[in-house]
Design a binder for this molecule. Structure first.
Ligand SMILES: [Zn+2]
Length: 257
């Protein structure tokens, strides 16, 4: 198997290519305590992108790839991937009391289900070209991975970056892809999710309006919506996120490579 790297910092991703001599009918990929989807790459192999986040334990992890075909014995390959600890900043969260009614477990669950449903089927090959481009220009006011402390306990991490910009600023697709969701969500406000293939999905949240539809193909730089402050937001900004097969990773290394 080909791995793009053997060591990643928490919040970084790695790309995997598994070469198979005969057409394999099943590839089972396990890393960091979960199973990862595999996408067929022609007759010769399979591809995927793996991600880590602040909850991935630092240290040595075994990446296991089990390949099986019709009438074949299954083959298992293992590699060690080192996850390096990152000292993510912490911040006490203090919500605007006016926004508190939005933050209910029911609303969070409704949003989670909607996103899972929208991302159920993803494009099996790579649509984007490296590097991605930033969706807007502006000051990053909150970086990826910042740990939210509420009543002295870590309640989660910031799953993307917040970029400040005047309301109405056009928000552009970071790369080529297919819009999978374009609608208001309870917490994320007017949101767009773009599928770039191989499980790579970028998110654009808290916009004032959305200018695309689910199912639409978009090119890099195409306008998806405009900067706003909808949903659980305290001022005009864009939350830009990137998930790889469900794991929220830091989008910035993807745009600066
Ligand atoms: Zn944010």
């Amino acid at each position: 198997m080909d791995l793009s790297r053997a060591s990643v910092r928490q919040g970084e991703a790695l790309r995997l290519f598994v070469r198979t001599s005969a057409p394999a009918s099943r590839v089972d990929i396990r890393f960091a305590g979960r199973r990862w989807p595999a996408y067929r790459a022609g007759e010769s192999g399979w591809r995927t992108v793996l991600g880590t986040d602040p909850n991935t334990p630092p240290g040595r992890h075994t990446l296991t790839v089990a390949v099986s075909g019709v009438g074949q014995v299954s083959l298992t390959a293992r590699r060690t991937v080192t996850v390096v600890r990152v000292a993510f900043p912490r911040r006490e969260i203090a919500f605007d009391p006016a926004l508190a009614p939005l933050l209910t477990p029911e609303a969070a669950e409704r949003e989670r289900r909607r996103v899972v449903e929208a991302l159920r089927v993803l494009h099996p090959s790579q649509l984007w070209a490296d590097p991605l481009t930033l969706p807007i220009e502006g000051k990053v006011t909150s970086r990826y991975g910042v740990l939210s402390i509420y009543q002295k306990q870590v309640r989660g991490f910031h799953g993307g970056v917040d970029i400040q910009a005047p309301p109405g600023t056009p928000v552009r697709a970071a790369g080529r892809g297919i819009v999978r969701l374009a609608e208001p969500l309870p917490l994320s406000g007017h949101a767009v999710l773009v599928d770039h293939g191989l499980g790579v999905v970028t998110s654009y949240l808290h916009m004032s309006e959305v200018g695309v539809r689910a199912g639409q193909k978009v090119g890099r730089g195409e306008i998806l919506g405009r900067v706003g402050s909808t949903g659980l937001s305290t001022g005009p900004h864009l939350h830009w996120g990137l998930r790889v097969n469900g794991t929220k990773v830091d989008p910035m290394p993807w745009a600066t490579r």
